[in-house]
Design a protein around this ligand. Structure first.
Ligand code: NFS
Ligand code: SF4
Length: 638
């Protein structure tokens, strides 16, 4: 791995991306980093959250150093910041919830025989049904799956004041109680999202504190109607992930094959592309290629990595560079995190950009809908378009960096508990807890989230996790953070020897050997996409239940070092509501309100037990996280 210092302009530590920057410069192609330069200086009012455009009397801006102190309507800095924050959190929540809703609709159509997807996750059905109180006796899998889908849809149609069922059924009872007392238990997710938009409109909620409580509620919708519901339903449809070996970074692209990148978030798209790439490989060979190679970017990549070991081309900021290799024949996108710039970059090559969802189209892309009822037809069209594009590939423009690392994925809670049960079948969590108690493992960190052009790509993920692992902290990862760590060898067994402290290494080795891996577990366990942060929530909840303490008392911290998307903010709010200290590497636009900043980073700890911790330096963040872990250990008498 190259160090940050070898990267003079501070854009990325990824050697493959650095190599492709040179190619981009030679070919005169701009990337996100160039466009970021063109944006500088970015608006100070916006950065502090002090700009309001919620009515046509604005935009109004608050001067943090003087006048004006209010907008035309009298809204002050605290109110404007709180309103803007609620809109951001709710934007993230809407993204996750809409994604989850698509999965639910697919499952419903499957149980009506109307969708071209087989049910692959029968093993998940009983557990989810039990939590929801659905009787499974004498029923076929499809029947129970249908009841599960209808229960989810009932949450989305809930017109009563009862809280949404997915939350009360899957969140720890202690938390449901805390949230109930705060009056923030969400009812129907759609209705609450509507309420948040209404509350933030001109002349409605003027109380910053009330708006911050609404933020917490929005975070809970994200956690349960978005993440938890999404993961449960996707596991039922596509199967529960199990440990699988693959590779990560641009070197996974193959110049002799037709390269198709799946990018976005919806496994109903990426799964079909993977399926039909295999079925149509003869057509690829007839076109002169050695076969079809699928690689992932962002969470679509994570979904098929977790379930099929599909290799990873890169994370969020790598997306344009993947096209710049000249070796990508098609990039298939669905929703979220693909940059509109991608079609412009693709226009310099033979690469076809294919959109698949009605709500997510691009002017210069090919639109091939992937819908439950006709998914096979759509996927075949996509593969054939990629084959056609391949025939036009210009070999002179192809340059694939050789960099890649071995990476393991597939660590669902079921897989982790499965590995631990090889050590203690009767009591799988006992070995983990015993090692936390005896100090071999000091605590655990879930590292999640994006890349952000404002920080050196991957550097924060890597430096932070290196230091935590060396200090015997168990690390699980999702999203583009897991992808960052995958590229530098943190997700393979050899990484354990290299990065884990002595105590942690002993545990990883004992569990890995008991589970038949013939060596240690990887030092960072890849738990999936960002929606799969629900898996981390479940694991933490199970640990708390085992120890009979609230989550807030555990030596566990969440971190999103390079967060970018509104979704990362809404996940963070959910983590804080769960009771976790949540580190973020750069602040959301709230610093214009001393009140909001103080509530989020301090006062809220007295309410949920969690809080945000903002630290932009990797070493300082690691030290802050370790100090918090040691303090929580002390609280538990360890
Ligand atoms: Ni999460 Fe996954 Fe990546 Fe950030 Fe985007 S892909 S849902 S939002 S950028 S981690
Ligand atoms: Fe200005 Fe108030 Fe309108 Fe916002 S809602 S734009 S602060 S007048």
């Amino acid at each position: 791995m190259e160090c940050t210092k070898c990267n003079e302009n501070g854009r990325t530590i990824d050697p493959a991306v650095q190599e492709l920057f040179k190619k981009a410069a030679d070919e005169g192609i701009d990337t996100a980093w160039d466009r970021y330069e063109q944006q500088k200086p970015q608006c100070g009012f916006g950065e502090l959250g002090l700009c309001c455009r919620n009515c046509l009397q604005g935009p109004c801006r608050i001067n943090p150093f003087g006048e004006p102190k209010t907008g035309v309507c009298g809204a002050d800095a605290d109110l404007i910041v709180a309103r803007n924050l609620l809109r951001s959190v709710t934007g993230g929540t809407a993204s996750h919830t809409d994604h989850a809703y698509s999965a639910v609709q697919l499952l419903r159509l499957m149980t009506e025989g109307k969708a071209e997807y087989p049910l692959k996750g029968a093993g998940k059905i009983a557990g989810v049904a039990a939590k929801l109180g659905i009787d499974t006796k004498g029923k076929k899998d499809e029947e129970v799956a249908r009841e599960i889908a209808l229960t989810a849809l009932a949450d989305f149609g809930n017109y009563s004041d009862a809280p949404m069922k997915w939350l009360t059924a899957t969140a720890p009872a202690e938390r449901v109680d805390v949230w109930g007392k705060l009056g923030i238990l969400p009812r129907n997710p759609d209705r609450e999202i509507r309420r948040a938009m209404h509350a933030t409109a001109m002349g409605v909620d003027g109380s910053p504190m009330n708006l911050l409580l609404a933020c917490l509620k929005s975070g809970l919708i994200d956690g349960y109607a978005g993440l938890h519901l999404g993961t449960d339903i996707q596991d039922i449809i596509f199967g529960i992930p199990a440990p699988v070996k693959t590779e990560a970074n641009m070197g996974v692209l193959d110049k002799n094959k037709i390269n198709i990148i799946v990018h976005g978030h919806m496994p109903e798209v990426s799964e079909k592309v993977v399926e039909w790439a295999d079925k149509l490989s003869a057509e690829a060979k007839a076109a002169g290629a050695e076969g079809i190679n699928i690689a992932g970017i962002c969470c679509s990549g994570n979904e098929v990595l977790m379930r099929h070991g599909v290799p990873l081309a890169g994370n969020f900021l790598s997306q344009e560079l993947a096209v710049i290799t000249g070796a990508v024949d098609a990039m298939v996108v669905d929703v979220q995190c693909f940059m509109p710039a991608i079609t412009k970059v693709a226009s310099c090559y033979h690469t076809r950009i294919i959109t698949t969802q009605g709500i997510a189209q691009l002017p210069d892309a090919e639109h091939i809908p992937i819908e439950p009822e006709h998914a096979d037809e759509g996927a075949q069209k996509i593969i054939r378009l990629a084959i056609e594009a391949y025939k036009k590939r210009d070999a002179a423009k192809v340059s694939i960096p050789r960099h890649k690392s071995e990476a393991w994925g597939g660590f669902s809670v079921e897989a982790i508990v499965g590995a631990l049960s090889k050590v203690d079948a009767a009591n799988p969590l006992k070995p983990l807890v015993d090692n936390i108690v005896n100090g071999n493992i000091k605590g655990a960190v879930g590292v999640v989230g994006c890349n952000n052009v404002k920080t050196t790509q991957d550097a924060f993920h890597v430096e932070l996790i290196k230091e935590l692992l060396a200090n015997d902290v168990l690390v699980v990862a999702t999203g583009c953070s897991a992808q960052a760590l995958a590229k530098y060898g943190f997700l393979c067994p050899e990484g354990a020897q290299k990065y884990a402290g002595k105590g942690l290494l002993a545990v990883l080795t004992a569990v890995g050997e008991a589970a038949g891996l013939g060596g240690p577990l990887p030092p960072v366990l890849h738990m999936g996409s960002c929606v799969d942060n629900s898996r981390i929530g479940d694991l933490v909840g199970a640990l708390a239940a085992y120890l009979k303490v609230p989550i807030k008392d555990l030596p566990v911290v969440a971190s999103a070092p390079e967060l970018q998307h509104e979704k990362a903010i809404s996940i963070g709010v959910w983590a804080v509501a769960l009771g976790l200290m949540t580190h973020i590497g750069l602040p959301p636009p709230v610093l214009g309100s001393p009140l909001v900043s103080k509530v989020l980073t301090a006062d809220i700890e007295g309410i949920t037990g969690g809080k945000f911790y903002v630290e932009g330096d990797a070493h300082k963040a690691a030290q802050g996280i370790l100090a918090h872990i040691m303090q929580k250990r002390k609280g538990l008498g360890l």
